[in-house]
Design a protein around this ligand. Sequence first.
Ligand code: SF4
Ligand code: SF4
Length: 258
Amino acid sequence: MENNYTKYDKFHIWDFAQEQKAKGLIKHVGFSYHSGPELLDRLLTSHPEVDFIQLQINYADWENRSVTSRANYEVARKHGVSIVVMEPVKGGTLANPPKEVRELFRQYHPDMSCASWAIRFVASLDGIITVLSGMSNVEQMQDNLSYMKNFQPLNEEEQEIIRQAQRVIGKSSTVPCTACHYCLEGCPRQIQIPSIFSAMNKQLGNGQIDEARTAYRASALPGHFASDCIRCRQCEKVCPQHLTITDYLKQAVEMFEQ
Ligand code: SF4
Ligand code: SF4
């Protein structure tokens, strides 16, 4: 991440963006960010001209030490920069969180989706101008509209339920992969990493042992099993969640191949 920004300086990207803004070709200048609060603080201090920042924020990653949602959010607020939220539903995983969390949500709002809790959590924060909710079908869009059209921020009871959900997820051993697929392109063994992690999460998050094995068999084909990983770590260099992918694949071997 640090290297990327060195290149931005080298090629005068910041100046270029401001020139385009002065010409009226860009209205608001901002950038997407996937690292920690210290670098973000330095960047926003050096570039007070930035109008907005796109951050990964969701209730599950709020205190996550790799994603640092809360710390990054607080840095952006300190600099008065508007925030666009990406991954509010964590690649779809918060649409189907662990059973204990689903039950917490269902008891308070029997008719509201788990995704609605995730999106309303980020939309309730100050300084948010857009939530990129990543809908993939009409039903998800209708669900989204049902609570965003006349938006009500989370009340104190709902905030407490979110805190309980954070505690449950904090103890969970699921793989925090958002299925962004960035890791796939450079894998010399074409291992279907996000699909394998999704299979693992069926077992780790919901105890669905048979479903997990079936999903693993569907995603890991001969020559591309988790055990075919050569630990070159190409995937780990590009994972925006900073996952130790090779360790999780080792766990997949233990779960599904032994
Ligand atoms: S470490 Fe394994 S999974 Fe990652 S890119 Fe290399 S072979 Fe593929
Ligand atoms: S890059 Fe990381 S978060 Fe994205 S699919 Fe791969 S393992 Fe998951």
